[in-house]
Write a protein that binds this ligand. Structure first.
Ligand SMILES: [Fe+2]
Length: 192
């Protein structure tokens, strides 16, 4: 039977018997930046849940799951002084940080069985209006998997605690007064 709850998807992330190469890459990133692990688990769960709700074939969901888990693997190539910097990045540091999707593609394109999962790691910072990076793709030119992931990423950001605000409840997100900010956020992945 298909698992359709978020909790089930999180469990799946932890116990699905990941390919050793994938597990190793995730461990490397977790050792570099421990804050990313919980975020990766949540966003992967949400992305898989959404994909199933949209009736994406199970064979494609496997690639989406792998791509979501590996979305920030390119940060392995970002220096600690930037990756772990507690404050705002300078414009020069942003130039370096914005290379992480390309680093991800360089890593994954060399591992044959992970190569098909490159779309989310390479395109997860593209925006619907073309203002994203690294390629400036816009609209439906952005691969579907990457748009699905970006939606999940925004949802996770709004429903997680931040140093400057508490997490929004799901009830708060659904209230009409938040319709405008949510619409603006959604323009990262859709023109809706
Ligand atoms: Fe990223």
């Amino acid at each position: 039977m298909r698992q359709t709850t978020l909790a089930a998807c999180w469990g799946e992330y932890r116990f699905s018997g990941l390919p050793p190469t994938l597990e190793g890459l995730l461990q490397v990133l977790a050792l570099r930046d421990q804050d990313t692990q919980g975020h990766t688990q949540r966003v992967t769960g949400i992305t898989v849940l959404l994909a199933r709700k949209l009736s994406v074939p199970e064979s494609e969901i496997d690639l989406i799951r792998q791509g979501a888990m590996l979305h920030d693997i390119g940060k392995i190539g970002i220096p600690d002084s930037i990756l772990l910097k507690p404050g705002e990045l300078t414009p020069e540091e942003w130039v370096i940080m914005k290379k992480h999707p390309l680093y991800a593609y360089r890593i994954l394109s060399r591992i044959e069985h992970l190569k098909p999962a490159f779309e989310i790691p390479l395109y997860h910072h593209e925006k619907w209006d073309g203002s994203g990076y690294p390629t400036g793709l816009k609209g439906e030119g952005i691969p579907f998997a990457a748009r699905l992931f970006t939606f999940s990423d925004v949802f996770d950001a709004l429903t997680s605690d931040r140093p400057y605000r508490k997490a929004w409840s799901r009830g708060r997100i659904s209230k009409p007064r938040w319709g405008l900010p949510l619409t603006r956020a959604s323009r990262q992945f859709s023109n809706a």
